[in-house]
Structure formats: C-alpha cells, structure tokens
Design a protein around this ligand. Structure first.
Ligand code: 13P
Ligand code: SF4
Length: 310
C-alpha cells in the first residue's frame, strides 16, 4: 500500500471537512486511486454504487469514477446535485455504441428481443434499452426475463460469459473494455506457472480464453468476497489494478498479483485528490440528463435494481 505524504493526508482531511460542509457523500469505484478510495464514504462496484446513489440522504453526490456512473446517479437521484471531478473521465466501451446504431439494430431484430444494456453505457443508450445489468447481476437479469432471446450491449465479453450460464440465446454488440480485452492468455499462463498455488480471479469483461483459465469470475466487489472466504494465500487478479487497494487492505495476510502491469484504465485514474478538492470547492462538474431521456433510462435502471443480486 502506498505511503502517503503529509501534504496528501492534509488534503484528504480538508476534503472530508468540505464533504460535511457541502452535505456531500463521496462514492468511489473500486478502480479509483488509493488515496481517493481511502477517504470515500463508500467504495464499491457499479451495482453497489448505483444502489447507494439511489438511497443516499445527502444533497450532493460526489462521484469518483467515470462519466456513465455519475450519469446513473443523476438518473436515479434527479433532485440531488451529482458532481464528477473530471469531465473527460469517460469509458471507451460505453463509446462503442450510440443510440442511433442501437435503434437500427432494434429495427432489424423486431419486437420480442429485449435489449439488455450494461451500465457502462450512456444515458441515451440506456433509454433505448429494456433493462440494464452490471457485471454483478448480468446472469440474474437475463434469467429474470420471460423472453428466450435477448440482445446484450455493449460488452461482447460479458455477453459471452453470461451465455455460459443461461439457456437463452444471447445476441451481442461487439464492444469491449480495452483494459480487460487486451490481457493475453499467454501472460496469464506464465503467471500461473510462477504462482502454481494461486487462485485466478477474472472480471467478466475479460475474453473467453481468460475466463476458461479462471477459478472464479465476478464483479469487482465479488472479488472482495471471494478473497475473504477462499483459503488460498495467493490470488492472481485479472481486472483493473485499482482493485488491489481494497484487496490488500482487507486481507493483509494474503498476496495479490495483478495479471498484467497494463491493466490500468486511464479514465479511472485521471481523477486526482486535487480534482476532488476542486470539485467540492467549486461544485463542479454537475452532471445532468435531459428529463425525457432520464425517465426512460431510469425505467431500465429501476427494472435492473428490482432483480435480486445472485
Ligand atoms: P464493476 O465494478 O461493476 O465490476 O465494473 C467494472 C468496470 O469496468 C467499471 O468500469
Ligand atoms: Fe470502461 Fe474498462 Fe475503464 Fe471500466 S475499466 S471504465 S469498462 S474502459
């Protein structure tokens, strides 16, 4: 774990004070920088954070994550002020689908094929969808639907993973997360050779050949639960490296090895502690969604939130 300078600790303290002054809650995704996760009111996976964003009583939600996450908070809590410290914190996978292209595909498919959209997507794309899902509940969401055929967007790797756990026919969009998609099985095989007793834990955004090699596949928060309950002392982690913060904090007696040094999402790491301070001081950047889009997107998110977690 990183050793923080006196200056960093002072800034963390000032942010905590500002959070009280501004009646704000700090939500941080599990991939954020360590020093941000350390002072968050809640760190979690996309599902947990969207649930908490919907429930919080604070009037301001400061979202340390990427744009689609802050947008989900704005969709679910329209009367709260949702802040994203850096506007350019996007998600390349979310950008691999547009509402126009999705409408074209829907027209080709015709009625009776529901659209299941990963939360890693824009509000407009959610608004064109029947229901959302996250990596934590994708299988449960698909299996909750009465239809036998569905279209999953935008992550093809998540769709292929879900196909292993459902009898339904899954058509998929050809999007992917560059941070997970680029992990090569040869690299994982090499690490498994080096750490033969380690359990391999992979995020479902990884490709099928990585999933084949994993002992456990789950969302980022699912990784915490697995690391805690599993007796093994070593784990090879196939997801973005920000996850190491919480894993090491909660399991000081266990060793966590990142599957590749390249598993850093530049968008998740763009937000710094200084940005968080500035965002609170200046109440920026406020994330809003046009009401017609918001209402439709909320329907898809609410439908997802009503599905019990696996
Ligand atoms: P989860 O935390 O929901 O597993 O999300 C992974 C992710 O890629 C978020 O950008
Ligand atoms: Fe998007 Fe992948 Fe970064 Fe998550 S890790 S924000 S899916 S690019």
């Amino acid at each position: 774990m990183s050793v923080l300078s006196a200056e960093t600790k002072e800034l963390q303290k000032e942010i905590r004070q500002l959070l009280v002054e501004k009646d704000a809650v700090l939500l941080a995704h599990n991939y954020q920088r360590d020093e941000i996760q350390e002072i968050a009111d809640l760190r979690g996976d996309s599902l947990l954070l969207s649930q908490k964003a919907a429930e919080t009583e604070k009037s301001v939600i400061l979202f340390c994550g990427v744009h689609f996450m802050a947008e989900s908070a704005a969709i679910l809590s329209p009367h709260k002020t949702v802040l994203l410290p850096r506007l350019e914190a996007g998600c390349p996978m979310a950008d691999m689908i547009t509402p126009e292209k999705l409408r074209e595909r829907k027209a080709e498919l015709g009625a009776g094929v529901p659209i299941v959209t990963y939360v890693n997507s824009s509000a407009q794309v959610k608004a064109e969808s029947d229901i959302c899902c996250t990596s934590a509940n994708a299988v449960a969401v698909i299996n909750s639907l009465p239809e036998e055929r569905v279209l999953m967007t935008p992550d093809m790797n998540l769709a292929k993973y879900v196909q292993r756990h459902t009898k339904k026919q899954i058509d998929y969009w050809k999007g992917f997360c560059p941070t997970h998609h680029l992990l090569k099985p040869e690299r994982l095989a090499e690490l498994k050779g080096q750490y033969p007793d380690a359990k391999v834990v992979a995020h479902p955004e990884c490709t099928p050949d990585i999933i084949d090699m994993a002992d456990h596949v789950c969302s980022t928060s699912g990784m915490y639960a697995y690391a805690k309950k599993e007796n093994s002392k070593q784990f090879i982690i196939a997801t973005e490296d920000g996850i190491l913060y919480g894993l090491r904090l909660e399991n000081p007696d266990k060793e966590f090895i990142i599957a590749s040094e390249d598993m850093t999402c530049p968008n998740m790491k763009v937000t710094t502690l200084e940005d968080v301070y500035e965002a609170l001081q200046e109440m920026k950047h406020v994330i809003t969604v046009p009401e017609d889009i918001r209402v439709k997107a909320k329907k898809a998110l609410d439908r997802m939130l009503a599905v019990p977690r696996d």
